[in-house]
Every structure is written in C-alpha cells, then in structure tokens.
Design a protein around this ligand. Structure first.
Ligand SMILES: *[C@@H]1O[C@H](CO)[C@@H](O)[C@H](O)[C@H]1NC(C)=O
Ligand SMILES: *[C@@H]1O[C@H](CO)[C@@H](O)[C@H](O)[C@H]1NC(C)=O
Ligand SMILES: *[C@@H]1O[C@H](CO)[C@@H](O)[C@H](O)[C@H]1NC(C)=O
Ligand SMILES: *[C@@H]1O[C@H](CO)[C@@H](O)[C@H](O)[C@H]1NC(C)=O
Ligand SMILES: *[C@@H]1O[C@H](CO)[C@@H](O)[C@H](O)[C@H]1NC(C)=O
Ligand SMILES: *[C@@H]1O[C@H](CO)[C@@H](O)[C@H](O)[C@H]1NC(C)=O
Ligand SMILES: *[C@@H]1O[C@H](CO)[C@@H](O)[C@H](O)[C@H]1NC(C)=O
Ligand SMILES: *[C@@H]1O[C@H](CO)[C@@H](O)[C@H](O)[C@H]1NC(C)=O
Length: 528
C-alpha cells in the first residue's frame, strides 16, 4: 500500500494522541473487567505491536488463514456473545493506537463462519476501531445450521448487528469517548450483510461500502445450484470441458469487446453483450477448440437468466465475460457446495438431500421460507436516507460467482420502491459497476479500488472506496466515479499498468479516443 494520500489520514489521533504507548498497553490489558456487556464472555485482550505477524491458531482450518500481518499498534480483544440459548458469536474488536474516532464493522463471505481478519487489520491500520465476528458458527460449511434456526438467524443479520452494538460499547469504554462515525465494509455475503443493515438496521452505520452483494439470497443459492443441472457431471455429453472455456471467453471478447469502442480484453458493459456460442460449433473437418451442438446449448443456457416455467425471474444470467472464474467455480460439473448445504441444513434439515434433484419446487420452497429474512431484497432504503447515511455499492463485471446483473436489478427495485429518480438516489445511494473486477478482488481490469487490504493502490478517496465513503459521510462530497488501478500482470510489486474511472450507474464507459490506458480516453455516458 502506498501512502500517497497521507493527507487523508491527517484527522488521525485526536484522542489517542494523548495516550502514550504505556497508557495504551495498560488500557488494553485492563479492558476486560471494565466491560459490562450482556451475555458476553471476554476471552482475552492483548497488545499487538505494529509489524507483528499475528498467529491465529484458533481460526478454523477451513477458513484457510493462520496468520495476519498487523501494521499498526493495536489492542486486540476477543469475546463471545450468546445470541440465544443455543447460539452465539465469536468476535474480535481491534482498537488501534492511532484512532481517528471512527468505528467500522467488517462482514463475512459465502456461508462462512470466518472472522474477516484481513479487513479488520486493513481498517485498524487506517485508524478505525474495527470489529468482525464469525457469523455465528466456525468454518466454511453450513453444517452448523442443521436444526438450529438460531444459528441461521445469526448468519442472516444478527451476527453483524450484535457485533456492532458490542463493538461500539467497547470503543467507548476503551477510548473513554464514543465513536464519531460508524462504517461498514464487506463484499459478497459481506455485501449482503451491508444491505441487510441498510434495510433493517439503518441506525447501525453512517456509511456502508457493500460489494458484490449476495442479493435475493435464496434465489442466488438456487441459481448457483442449477448450473450443475445444466452441465451434468464431467462425463456427461452436455458437459463443457474446462480447456474450452478460454476459447469461449475469447469468443465473447471477439463478439462484444468492441461494443464500448475499444477492444482491450475487458468488457465495460456486459449488458450490451448478447452472446451465443453457435459459431464455436465444430465444423465437419475440425474437432479441436470447438463445441458439439449439445455443448453449445449448454454454454448458452449457462449464460441465460433462470426463470420459473411461469416466466417469473429467479436470477439474471451469468454475465458474459465472467467465464474465467465461473467455469472453475460454477460450471465445473460438481454440485455447488453452498447450495447443497443450504438445502440440506436450512431449508429441509435433511442431510441426505441430493443436489442433483434440485428443481423449481425446491427453488420456490426456499424463496417462500426465506429463513430469517435472508433474501435481503427490500427496496426501501428510507431508513438510510432519513438519517443522512450513505451507501457505496460496487459490483465487478467479471464476477463469476454472483451475477453482476443482480446489482442493477436491485438498484432499479429501490428506485421503483422509493419512487425516486437516479439523481435523487445519488444523494444517499450510489452504485458503481467495476469493469475487469472478478468476485470482490482480482480480474483482468482496473480492479484495485481499496476494497480490501490486498486491493489497495492509494488512499486517495477517488481511488479508494473506503476513503470515498468517509469523505462522503464526513465532508458531504460524494464520489462521481471510482478510479481503479490495473497492476502490471495484476501483480502489485510490478507497478501500475493503467487506471480507469468506473462509472456510476446508470452510466456506462465508452472509449473516446487516444491512449486507452489514459483515464481521459474514456467517458461515462448515460445509457440510451
Ligand atoms: C506469517 O507467519 C506465517 C506462519 O505462521 C507465514 O506463513 C507467513 O508467510 C508470515 N507472513 C509474513 C507476512 O511474514
Ligand atoms: C469457534 O472457534 C472459537 C475459537 O476461534 C472457539 O472459541 C469456539 O468455541 C468455536 N465455536 C464452536 C461452536 O465450535
Ligand atoms: C501513529 O501516529 C504517530 C503520530 O501521531 C506516528 O508517529 C506513527 O507512525 C503512527 N503509527 C502507525 C503505526 O501508523
Ligand atoms: C442475552 O441472551 C438471551 C438468550 O440467552 C437473549 O434472549 C437476550 O436477548 C440476550 N441479551 C442481549 C442484550 O443481547
Ligand atoms: C431456549 O429458549 C427457548 C425460547 O426462546 C425455549 O423454548 C427453550 O426451552 C430454551 N431451551 C433451553 C435448553 O433452555
Ligand atoms: C471447523 O469448520 C468445520 C466446517 O465448517 C466444522 O465442521 C467444524 O466443526 C469447525 N471446527 C471447530 C472446532 O469449530
Ligand atoms: C456421472 O454420472 C453418471 C450417471 O450418474 C455416472 O455413471 C458417472 O460415473 C459420473 N461420472 C463422474 C465423473 O462422476
Ligand atoms: C474446414 O472447412 C471449412 C468450411 O467448412 C473451410 O473454410 C476450412 O478452410 C477448412 N479447414 C481445413 C483445415 O481444411
């Protein structure tokens, strides 16, 4: 991370400037007994010096993280909060020495049960008192939901909401003064959690950054499980072998990349791309890098919206351009694990349920049951608007896990529900489509927008979504665009390849001439 915009951190250390390191360490070791939080057990509080490579031996192995680099002097507090007589959350609160007065909650991913250490450390390093919880269970599987609706309740909304209430209390006791502003940062399930807060607990945050939200969660789960029904397993005639997906991706680019005026291997607006794989069907004299008619049908189905037989939409299509991740994660001839777990342990409480049997009736059941209101599809954001809070929503256009086309649908749903125009929504809710961004991070384009500790090029609010929301909330200056960075070959240490300004919906990016690697060569225009 380059501290090119240190100016933005100048607000730092208003209170804690008074705290010497000794005082800070004392405050940290003595915080436990001073907290009187209902249903809480404080496990420990420990001072973590800047530069520590923190070992996380207790983190569930399936979370895949056993260490976290801590770049700022921090007090780390670990506790358990019972949320019912048969559920609870493990959470951590990280109080940085260089506190800005700001509070921030992180979110989670997938069906997991994994504390977001990367995001907590990122926010703490920027002076936020930061919290994160395990979403009510440990590890990546949904097994903990089996016959335990309280654990589902935690997962749907209660883990974040509880963590915020507790985290704000800890912040106040620790620094002896309440936080100034409260923020949220999350992507995927974390993006859904951000919108769940916006919809149902608007008092929790002054600013929310929500990426690739797992909107309309039950339908998303059904859509994700339906790909296996389309592909069949890897020996089925319908299955498209993995080695053909780069060919298909290239064909998508050939057909659609010039629609924005310049073909650079990144689609600026996949919505414009009406793709069919027909031309990849093998001719009589070739068998390589081509599709059988059956496989071509599979491809076209995989890239089509999913409807009930009645014609009502279950989920929009996997957008063209996302083949790289989508083929690996969704089109791989295996049942999608979250779908299997959700139906087995939440919808049916039947561990023998077979994902190969998923059908429209199952999908309708999940949608109707909507456990703990997890769908997160309320279009009423008046709670956020009325208290002057702000939402920065982004979605990567190369997202191969959660269709990027669900985000504009949600945006339009809010517009319709609240009877507002885009200009009015702009006052409190802005949505940015990020070309070349895969699921939350990575991808082939200018995908580095400060959305997480490993996706930071700059702290300039124009290039960093977290700093952008702070500026919007605290100075009233809203982001017009989000400038993303492409590192050479996608590798940070190789330096900047180019930057591109990503447009605020409903605008789209078009090439206007000149060096395509220059921001100025592109323009955000209103769709026609
Ligand atoms: C931190 O320690 C772990 C082993 O516990 C190691 O795998 C990792 O590379 C270390 N990280 C850094 C940044 O040194
Ligand atoms: C989850 O892991 C934490 C340690 O990180 C542990 O304290 C807790 O007991 C575990 N919870 C369950 C339900 O296994
Ligand atoms: C914290 O702020 C002080 C100045 O107030 C600065 O000297 C120090 O480098 C900062 N530490 C970190 C880890 O950012
Ligand atoms: C404490 O836990 C109980 C269930 O064990 C729950 O009913 C109650 O709401 C919790 N209290 C708070 C303040 O969260
Ligand atoms: C847990 O609480 C529920 C009500 O919220 C109650 O019906 C149940 O008996 C309680 N179980 C135990 C073991 O206390
Ligand atoms: C770790 O995660 C797995 C998968 O979610 C789960 O089955 C297991 O119980 C967890 N272990 C602990 C100790 O919490
Ligand atoms: C695919 O499914 C068929 C029919 O159920 C089965 O016979 C075959 O072994 C499966 N192949 C793989 C690779 O799982
Ligand atoms: C294969 O057939 C097509 C016409 O179907 C023809 O254009 C092409 O040149 C042929 N390629 C080879 C290698 O024979």
């Amino acid at each position: 991370m380059k501290l090119s915009a240190v100016f933005w951190l100048a607000a730092i250390t208003h209170t804690s400037a008074a705290l010497s390191l000794d005082d800070f360490q004392d405050a940290c070791s003595s915080i436990g007994p001073q907290l009187s939080i209902p249903n809480a057990t404080v496990y420990f509080s420990e001072y973590i010096p800047a530069g520590t490579n923190l070992s996380l031996p207790d983190n569930n192995a399936t979370c895949g993280q056993n260490s976290q680099l801590v770049s700022t002097d921090t007090c780390r507090i670990s506790l358990y909060i019972a949320t019912s007589n048969r559920s609870g959350i493990n959470m951590e609160a990280w109080m940085p020495l260089n506190w800005t007065g700001r509070f921030l909650s992180t979110g989670n991913g997938g069906l997991a049960g994994c504390i977001g250490y990367f995001d907590i450390a990122y926010a703490a390093s920027l002076g936020f008192a930061s919290v994160g919880a395990n979403n009510g269970h440990n590890g990546t599987s949904g097994g903990a939901f089996y016959k335990n609706p309280e654990a589902v309740e935690d997962f749907a909304y209660r883990s974040v909401h509880t963590g915020v209430a507790v985290g704000k209390q800890i912040t106040k006791v620790f620094y002896k003064e309440p936080h100034s502003k409260s923020y949220y940062l999350g992507c995927s399930t974390g993006g859904r959690q951000g919108f769940k807060s916006a919809q149902d607990f608007p008092q929790d945050f002054d600013g929310i950054v929500a990426g690739a939200p797992a909107f309309n969660f039950n339908n998303l789960i059904s859509w994700s499980g339906n790909f296996f029904r389309i592909t069949g397993n890897s020996s089925a005639a319908t299955f498209v072998p993995m080695n053909l997906w780069p060919v298909i991706h290239q064909d998508v680019m050939t057909k659609c990349d010039e629609l924005e005026g310049y073909a650079d291997g990144v689609l600026e607006d996949p919505v414009l791309c009406k793709y069919s794989s027909k031309e990849l069907i093998c001719r009589s004299n070739s068998t390589e890098n081509c599709l059988t008619p059956l496989q071509s049908k599979t491809v076209d189905k995989l890239l089509s919206p999913l409807y009930y037989p009645s014609g009502s939409l279950i989920y929009p299509r996997m957008q063209p351009g996302a083949e790289t991740l989508a083929s690996l994660a969704m089109f791989n001839g295996q049942p999608f694990p979250y779908t299997t777990d959700w139906f087995r342990y939440v919808i049916y409480n039947d561990p023998s349920w077979d994902p190969a049997t998923l059908d429209f009736r199952d999908m309708a059941t999940a949608q109707r049951v909507d456990p703990a209101g997890i769908s997160t599809w309320s279009g009423d954001l008046s709670g956020v608007r009325d208290r002057g809070a702000k939402i920065l929503h982004y979605h990567g256009l190369m997202d191969g896990l959660i269709s990027s086309e669900i985000s504009p649908l949600y945006y339009e749903h809010v517009k319709k529900t609240m009877r507002l125009g885009a200009a009015e929504l702009d006052d409190f809710y802005r949505f940015f489509r990020i070309s070349g961004l895969s699921h939350c991070s990575g991808g082939d384009g200018a995908s580095v927008i400060g959305q997480g500790s490993r996706s930071v090029e700059s702290l300039d609010p124009e290039q960093n979504v977290l700093m952008a929301i702070v500026k919007w909330v605290e100075e009233g200056i809203a982001p017009e665009t989000i400038v993303g960075t492409r590192w050479v070959d996608g590798v940070e240490t190789k330096g900047v390849d180019y930057r591109r300004a990503h447009c605020r919906y409903p605008r789209r990016n078009v090439y206007r001439g000149g060096d395509p690697k220059m921001e100025e060569s592109w323009e955000c225009i209103l769709k026609d």
